[in-house]
Write a protein that binds this ligand. Structure first.
Ligand code: SF4
Ligand code: SF4
Length: 343
């Protein structure tokens, strides 16, 4: 006799498979879940997405426009926290190793294959599709969208890569997660550029993560000092969250931090040197010009006399963006040296 698997059983089987694939978090939201529509629309209308034009896509608010027969949204999380290497510059933890898009998408696709066996049609996304991962994660019960606007998982803190699968399977939804930020404002207080303009409000145009990664032009001077030693991204609002208390280090070997040379050496890189060093990492998409732009700002903040010569050589390049930032760094280092001499 043919046995019929209930949707609850299918969900359990999928959760088990997800754990087997290395997902630490799993949840289901209904396709019509509340996605903080008002916040998103206001955010876009105020231009707080900056250069990220792709964010302004109404399909984000209506996943049925992507997959018309969709009934549920699966949300999956992979822990990426790790001990950052000791270097004189910082790279955000999510970008220390291999590209999470590839790693997480591969796992999602394996889950989709299993879902197909139960008659579902699926669309998986990792950060690049027109879906609002964070509100979906909160609605699927993975965690809550904290005052930093990041999803806080009660066990893994804010260190989860999120993957979404839209599916035509109607799976029993989880309850949205309760907000446990309480009176804490650590992330709001710690943000070096006041990009978290208030609880649950983020102005991406001020965010160092946006400015060092998504933003294409010059880094506005008003934020350069606040950038400190962060050459790619910023983890400040993640690091200070008290929900890190139970956070563990990632089990995914592909996320392990890679070795890179010192910034001084990078100043002489060609495009092919850059590509070679960052092959298979999220940093590769930045391209050499913006990497050097960021490097110059960091050296302007922390560089020493030894960095001057390669910076001067860099300032001769045929790239106005790099030249302007190299000159800024040279001025900063020189004025620091002059100040030290006069003390
Ligand atoms: S990533 Fe850094 S700059 Fe951006 S909101 Fe968080 S603390 Fe502020
Ligand atoms: S730092 Fe505090 S306020 Fe910010 S997300 Fe974490 S718990 Fe919430």
């Amino acid at each position: 006799m043919e046995t019929v698997t209930s949707t609850q059983e299918i969900k359990l089987i999928l959760a088990e498979k997800a754990a087997e694939l290395g997902f630490e978090a799993f949840g289901v939201a209904p396709i019509d879940a509340h996605l903080r529509q008002e916040y998103f629309e206001k955010w876009i209308s105020e231009g707080k997405q900056g250069d990220m034009a792709w964010m302004d896509n109404p399909r984000r608010l209506d996943p049925k426009k992507i997959l018309p027969e969709a009934k549920s949204m699966l949300c999956l999380g992979v822990n990426y926290r790790q001990e950052p290497p000791e270097r004189r510059y910082r790279i955000a933890q999510y970008a220390l190793g291999g590209d999470y898009h590839k790693v997480v998408l591969k796992k999602l696709k394996q889950l989709c294959t299993l879902m197909q066996e139960y008659g579902g049609a699926q669309k998986p996304y990792v950060d690049t599709g027109p879906v609002l991962e964070k509100p979906i994660a909160a609605q699927a019960g993975l965690g809550w969208q904290g005052k930093s606007t990041l999803v806080i998982h009660p066990k893994y803190g804010p260190w989860l890569f999120l993957g979404i699968i839209l599916t035509t399977l109607e799976l029993p939804p989880d309850l949205p997660h309760k907000d446990y930020c309480g009176k804490c404002t650590a992330c709001v207080d710690a943000c070096p550029t006041k990009a978290i303009t208030g609880p649950y409000q983020l102005d991406a145009r001020r965010c160092l993560s946006y400015l060092t990664i998504e933003h294409k032009g010059a880094i506005p001077e008003e934020y350069r000092e606040a950038l400190g030693d962060r050459v790619y991204g910023c983890d400040e609002c993640l690091d200070v969250c008290p929900w890190n208390k139970w956070a563990q280090m990632t089990q995914e070997v592909k996320f392990q931090a890679r070795d890179y040379p010192d910034l001084k050496e990078m100043l002489a890189w060609s495009e092919s040197d850059f590509n070679q060093h960052f092959q298979g990492t999220p940093i590769k998409r930045l391209k050499l010009s913006r990497w050097l732009r960021n490097t110059c700002v960091v050296l302007g903040n922390i560089g020493t006399e030894k960095d001057l010569e390669p910076l001067i050589a860099l300032s001769q390049r045929d790239d106005p963006l790099v030249v302007e930032h190299a000159c800024w760094a040279i001025d900063k280092i020189k004025s620091r040296l002059a100040k030290n001499c006069s003390q």
